[in-house]
Design a binder for this molecule. Structure first.
Ligand code: PGA
Length: 261
């Protein structure tokens, strides 16, 4: 089944408004008519998403208007509104121009003690508001060394999608590869992605499972995307560090667009 790849920039707690605006300008430039055709990246070849921190959402939504890329929040609270200081609701994200949201990123699990069940509530709140959750799962180094990787993935996916009714996409991000410069080998990543697709098949049926984009994240960069993307069940990338550099991110966009089905 041909799946349009997704290339997603997770800026984490980086960038100020001027930097964000200049990044968006560079992305827009990629599609200008005077660029060589090989350098152009059309939305039907690769779906590009940018996840900035909350204060940058307005700037990025305005900077990417016109279909260059979609914008998403890095987190969402399960409740629709109320006394939750520091949190942001799904409706507020939609209002700020978001169509996507990250749920369950390992840095949220680590820094904010988010449980699998709590993440499941976020996924549902996002879907109810019309956002597409990009659900992040992945094992720690210790879990991998103890042979628990597939059990951890199963537990995280099952809880995140419990009661989920709308669309979602998945990101496999081994925690030991995030921001470390250490990338999963294509074989390791493919094993996890194929497992996740089988699991989705058991939960949702084979046809639906074949449509879900499963992104790889963890030190993805221009030098390693081609070999990872060549694997059957890798449908794009959730990029942290390399997404802060528009040249590197553009190079990754071109790689995905070139190899897209
Ligand atoms: P990284 O981050 O590319 O810097 O490893 C990926 C992520 O955390 O989404």
């Amino acid at each position: 089944m041909a799946r349009t790849p997704i290339l997603a920039a997770n800026w984490k707690m980086n960038m100020l408004r001027a930097e964000a605006a200049s990044f968006c300008e560079q992305l827009r430039g990629l599609n200008e008519a005077d660029r060589a055709p090989a350098d152009r990246v059309s939305a039907d070849r690769v779906e590009v998403l940018v996840f900035p921190s909350f204060p940058l959402l307005d700037t990025v939504a305005a900077g990417l208007a016109g279909g260059v890329a979609s914008v998403g929040g890095q987190d969402v609270h399960p409740k629709a509104s109320g006394a939750h200081t520091g949190d942001v609701s799904a409706a507020q994200l939609v209002d700020a121009g978001c169509s996507w949201v990250l749920c369950g990123h390992s840095e949220r699990r680590r820094d904010h003690g988010e449980s699998d069940e709590w993440i499941g509530l976020k996924v549902k709140a996002a879907q109810e508001a019309g956002l597409i959750p990009l659900v992040c799962v992945g094992e720690t180094r210790e879990e991998r060394s103890q042979g628990q990787t597939l059990d951890v993935l199963k537990r995280q996916v099952t809880a995140a999608l419990d009661g989920s009714s709308g669309s979602f996409e998945l990101a496999y991000e081994p925690v030991w590869a995030i921001g470390t410069g250490e990338t999963a080998t294509p074989e390791m990543a493919q094993e996890a992605h194929a497992f996740l697709r089988r699991l989705l098949g058991d939960m949702l049926g084979a046809e639906r499972a074949s449509q879900v984009r499963i992104l790889y994240g963890g030190s993805a960069k221009p030098e390693n995307v081609d070999e990872l993307y060549a694997e059957n069940d890798i449908d794009g990338f959730l990029v942290g560090g390399a997404s802060l550099d528009s040249e590197k991110f553009s190079a990754m966009m071109r790689s995905c667009a070139r190899s897209a089905p």
